[in-house]
Design a protein around this ligand. Structure first.
Ligand code: AMP
Ligand code: MG
Length: 443
């Protein structure tokens, strides 16, 4: 059985970034820039005021005589006249500096009387002026390729008139849950049935990672129905199944793939939870068969699927971020497989502290709630002790949005979520990728 490190290396080696394409800035939040984005014009576009006050061109010879107010320059409404010595123009923040003026006197440093303004002190020439091009010049590179477009980058590019950007596409990820025992949220589980909770973990994490989940529903434990769902998934950029990859007689994922164009890269990794993880390429698309136990699904998503998503999305650093933290209590290790334990990482004054969830059953969802990190315990470590300095992997939700503008809750308020999911699968798969298309396809 291969180790975590070997398996991760194979995943990273096998996945390459998708081809970039042009998309509108409006649709680019959370995506990675594939070509540098340049300013269409300089900013500020013209000299303008940084304060509400008065624009003057030279100091009055006689302060007592004041300056005549000859007009006003408001943001969006520039003053078009000429300003002579002894004159001032009322001005607002962001308004263009009138010709012939070079200094702003803030309103609080003036007294206004009879259409004249009197200065309380001596202003410094050039004060409170924002000069044309001081923020950036036309044609200047504002955002480099490889950068995730978050709110700050998007606003910067918008200010520079950039309407289209070249980005790696938003990833469309197909999710298929397998298991005769599964029912969708909204249905009452009958005897022996459980809710398809893995779908909700994956769907939420995919949104958090800036992807568009394509939720294909539940595949029964038989090759025919499972095969039909898998065939629908091949339009996606990456395919995830949960359950049915172990050695039980009802584990049909591998057998179903065998009749298709599937290249197996590995099956089984020496980790706990998540040992039966299957990874390969289906029609050249990365395919992850995640084990069905909720904590195993979640761990294998974080450990393997997340780096693959980052790589497909064009990110340079795909491996999980790590932190060194102090353990707050003892942890028993010593298993035959590398263990990955869900934990809470907190900054406490001068160091990170890590507390491992008491409930680590791979069949449980409970250990996943409120956890922001994973503690790895290597096989040769018998125990870890309170106060030990340990390395933990961060579970970040890095790429920003990706959320549908119609929220899941809103869209499903009338119909059951199960029905909604099934309806949308069909709809999603009819559409090929189009970088212009709006987000949130799984609704
Ligand atoms: P499997 O990997 O199919 O053998 O499933 C292992 C365990 O995970 C079983 O207890 C399943 O009932 C459970 N399980 C499988 N799929 C899901 C799912 N989508 N949501 C919640 N639990 C699941
Ligand atoms: Mg199963």
């Amino acid at each position: 059985m291969i180790s975590y490190d070997q398996a991760l290396q194979r995943v990273v080696e096998s996945v390459s970034p998708l081809n970039p394409g042009e998309t509108s800035l409006h649709e680019a939040s959370g995506l990675i820039l594939a070509k540098p984005a340049k300013a269409l014009w300089q900013m500020p576009r013209c000299d303008n005021s940084a304060m509400d006050g008065f624009a003057i061109n030279e100091l009055p010879e006689n302060f007592e005589a004041g300056l005549s107010i000859v007009g006003a320059s408001y943001a969006g409404h520039p003053f078009s006249g000429h300003v002579h010595p002894g004159e001032a123009v009322r001005i607002n923040t962001g308004a263009a500096l009138p010709e012939n003026t070079d200094t702003i006197v803030p309103i609080e440093d003036t007294i206004e009387k009879n259409n004249k303004v009197f200065l309380k002190g001596t202003p410094k020439q050039g004060q409170h002026v924002r000069y044309a091009g001081e923020e950036y010049r036309a044609e200047e590179i504002l955002v480099n390729s490889g950068t995730i477009l978050k709110a700050g980058e998007i606003a910067l590019l918008a200010s520079a008139g950039v309407e289209q950007v070249c980005v790696y596409p938003r990833l469309r990820v197909a999710v298929i849950s397998t298991g005769d025992e599964l029912v969708e949220l909204g249905q009452t589980p009958g005897p022996g049935q459980i809710i398809n909770s893995n779908l909700h973990f994956l769907r939420t994490r995919l949104f958090e990672c800036g992807c568009t989940p394509i939720c294909l529903g539940i595949g029964a434990d038989d090759q025919k129905t499972l095969g039909q769902l898998i065939d629908q998934a091949i339009d996606a950029d990456l395919i995830i199944t949960t359950g049915g990859v172990s050695v039980g007689e009802k584990d049909h994922v591998q057998a179903t793939l065998q009749n298709r164009n599937f290249e197996k890269i590995f099956w089984k990794v020496a980790i706990k939870p998540g040992k039966p993880l299957l990874f390969g390429k289906l029609e050249a698309k990365p395919f992850f068969g995640l084990p069905g136990n909720p904590a195993a699904t979640a761990a294998t998503f974080e450990l393997f699927v997340k780096p693959a998503l980052k790589r497909l999305a064009g990110e340079a650093d795909v491996l999980p971020e790590k932190r060194i933290a102090t353990l707050t209590h003892d942890v028993i290790g010593g298993g035959k497989r590398q263990a990955f334990l869900w934990c809470s990482l907190q900054w406490d004054k001068s160091e990170y502290q890590v507390t491992v969830s008491q409930r680590q059953g791979s069949g449980q969802n409970r250990c996943l709630a409120s956890k922001n990190a994973i503690l790895s315990v290597p096989t040769d470590v018998k125990s870890l002790y309170s106060g030990d300095r340990v390395e933990v992997l961060l579970i970040e939700g890095d790429s920003c949005l990706g959320h549908s503008e119609t929220s899941f809750a809103m869209a499903t308020s009338k119909r059951s979520q199960a029905t909604e999911l099934r309806c949308n699968l069909r709809h999603n798969l009819l559409h090929k990728r189009d970088p212009q298309r709006t987000r949130g396809e799984d609704l």
